[in-house]
Every structure is written in C-alpha cells, then in structure tokens.
Write a protein that binds this ligand. Structure first.
Ligand code: ZN
Length: 343
C-alpha cells in the first residue's frame, strides 16, 4: 500500500487514501485499486463501501466520493473503508466484465490467489475486507437504464450464518428504499461470500448504468447516511431519507425479486407500466408489436407488485425478461417473521 495523503483534522477523523496492487500488465504497468479510509479517533463499527465491480455501473463511485467529502466532519466513531473502483479495467472500456479476461468480477468471489485474473483480483479485495473485521459491507451497483433504486438482499446463506443475515436485513430496512430478496442464488458474488464469512452485506442497486446518475447518487448517499446514523457512526438524522414509495412497499418490507412473465414472441416492446408503478395481478405490463405495428401479445402482471425496472432493449424475444418486480410474497413474509423471532 502506498500512502497518498494523510491528515488528522481537529475532529479526530483521519482520512487516508492508498492503493492495493492487483496485477502487472503485459506492458509492465502496475494496476492498483484505490482504497479510501476514514477513521475516527473513537473506536466503533467498521463499514465498507465497495463500487464498480461491474465496470459500467458507475454511480456508486461518485456516491463514495460524495460521502468522503463530508465524512471528516460527520464521523463520530468507527471506520469507513472503501474500494470505490474495483474493476478499473472494465470501467475504462465501458464493460461490465474485466475487459482483459471477460470475467464477471462479482461472480469471482471469494477469489483465489492462484486462480484466473478475476479470481486473483477478487481474492485481493476479499482478503483486504475480511482482515478488517467489518461490521457491514455495502456493495454499490446499478440496474437497468430505467429503474428505481433499491436494496438487494442475497438469498438465505443457511442456518450457520443467520446472525449475519439478520443484521444485513436490519441494515437494509434502514436504507429507506425497497428491500428486495434476490430470487437467484449468486454463489460467487461479493455480498453472498461475505455472508458465508458471517459478515453482514447488502447490495445497493442505484438505477441506471453507463453514466453517473445524479438523482441516484443522491439516493445512494442518503441511504448510506441513514445506515451510518443507525449504527451511531454519525449524528442521528433530523429527517431520515425515504425514497418515495407506495405505502405497502415502504417501511422496509421484504419483497421478492421476479423478472417474470417472459415474452413468447419476437418484436418491438411497448412498455405500459413504468419503474416505481404498482401493478395489480392481470394488469397489462407491455405489448409486443411486429414491424408493421400489429399486436403480437400483451404481457400481464402475474401478481400484485412494484415495477423495479424495465429492459434496456426494445427488442423482444421469446423467453426474455422485459421487467423486474418486487413482490410482497408470502415466503418473503415468512423469512421476515423468522428474523423477528431470531431478533
Ligand atoms: Zn452490478
């Protein structure tokens, strides 16, 4: 690690920027990951913020930069650590993956020091995080181009890791956004592997990729301040951030992720529901038309849900998702009851 700047202001918060080396290129250039740290003189929780493991999901970088602009005067206790740009190779080429190897970094954890390029970078990130004994890790991502910001919770990591999972849910409820339980089992994501190490972890999906979304930067930043305030790391907030949501989808209620129904025709998608809309079972979501504008099919909601986002493409193909939803599902409710019992 190389020290870039170091200072200890009157508030007792030390800001330290450094690097973690991850690889040497074919031209012998050294590639490093920027590492940011804000440490209070008062011991307390250790919270990690990570961003841009998918190189095209850029808003999280700016969320972290904005947070560090005021953390010096706001941090009362504990430490905030950050890898704001985990995949610089993907970022520079506008690519989700590590452009040199084509690997998805967020499907490479916990990593392997002797593995592929992606696994080696993942190992370096994972080891650095684990070594600090984190209280919570927030991994910042971006969803479809037209989508609302939400918190994504991994699937249940199993009976041995319930305490970490419960703490992740509790943190997610503080964020003031939709709290979505992932339907997929992403066994090699950063957040899931942290849960397997008994470290509470959440993913923040902050709207559109490719360009910094100032609106979503604000939402992500405010959600993180909510969480830090709840941990006592900053002063209690006069007014907690709450993303505007219909009543039944707010208050940290656990919702289940779904991207169904899928279309069965090839054609052009005309969206009939927008991100943030609440749809009722049977309500038209999108219609597929052919090149002459003739109706091919109408997709309707399989259940009551909130629309999280819709496809980045207007081209419809059979078996392709066109929208993502948060569903107030009964099994999500059971999960929630279980956590309340455990608490
Ligand atoms: Zn992502």
């Amino acid at each position: 690690m190389l020290s870039r700047s170091q200072s200890r202001p009157a508030s007792g918060v030390k800001i330290h920027y450094s690097f973690t080396k991850v690889m040497t290129g074919s031209d012998l250039s050294r590639r490093r990951l920027p590492l940011m740290a804000a440490t209070s003189a008062n011991p307390g929780p250790v919270v990690w913020l990570t961003a841009c493991s998918h190189g095209d999901e850029v808003s999280g970088i700016v969320v972290i930069q904005e947070l560090f602009k005021s953390i010096r005067r706001r941090l009362l206790l504990g430490t905030v650590l950050s890898f704001p740009l985990m995949n610089p190779l993907g970022f520079e080429t506008g690519s989700r993956t590590i452009s040199m190897s084509g690997e998805d970094l967020n499907r490479s954890f916990p990593g392997n020091p002797n593995g592929s390029l992606g696994e080696r970078i993942a190992h370096s990130i994972f080891d650095t995080i684990i070594a600090t004994g984190p209280t919570l890790v927030l991994d910042l991502h971006a969803d479809w181009i037209d989508s609302i910001p939400y918190i994504l919770l991994d699937h249940d990591p199993g009976i041995l890791h319930q305490e970490a999972y419960r703490k992740a849910i509790a943190a997610g409820k503080e964020a003031g956004m939709c709290l979505i339980v992932d339907a997929e089992e992403l066994k090699r994501s950063l957040s899931f592997n942290l849960l397997l190490e008994d470290i509470p972890a959440l993913t923040l999906e902050l709207g559109k990729p490719y360009v910094v979304s100032e609106a979503n930067v604000t939402c992500g930043l405010e959600a993180i301040w909510n969480i830090l305030a709840n941990l006592g790391m900053i002063a209690a907030r006069d007014r907690l951030f709450r993303y505007p949501l219909p009543f039944e989808y707010s208050r940290g209620r656990l919702l289940k992720y779904s991207d169904k129904p899928y279309g069965s025709r090839t054609g052009i998608i005309r969206f009939l529901a927008k991100p943030g809309n609440v749809v009722k079972k049977g309500q038209p979501l999108a219609k597929i038309v052919n090149a002459f504008g003739r109706h091919q099919e109408t997709l309707t909601a399989l259940q009551d849900a909130i629309v999280l986002g819709h496809s980045d493409s207007s081209a419809a193909f059979p078996g392709m998702p066109v929208m993502a939803f948060g569903i107030p599902d009964s099994s999500a409710g059971e999960t929630e009851d279980n956590w309340q019992r455990l608490a």
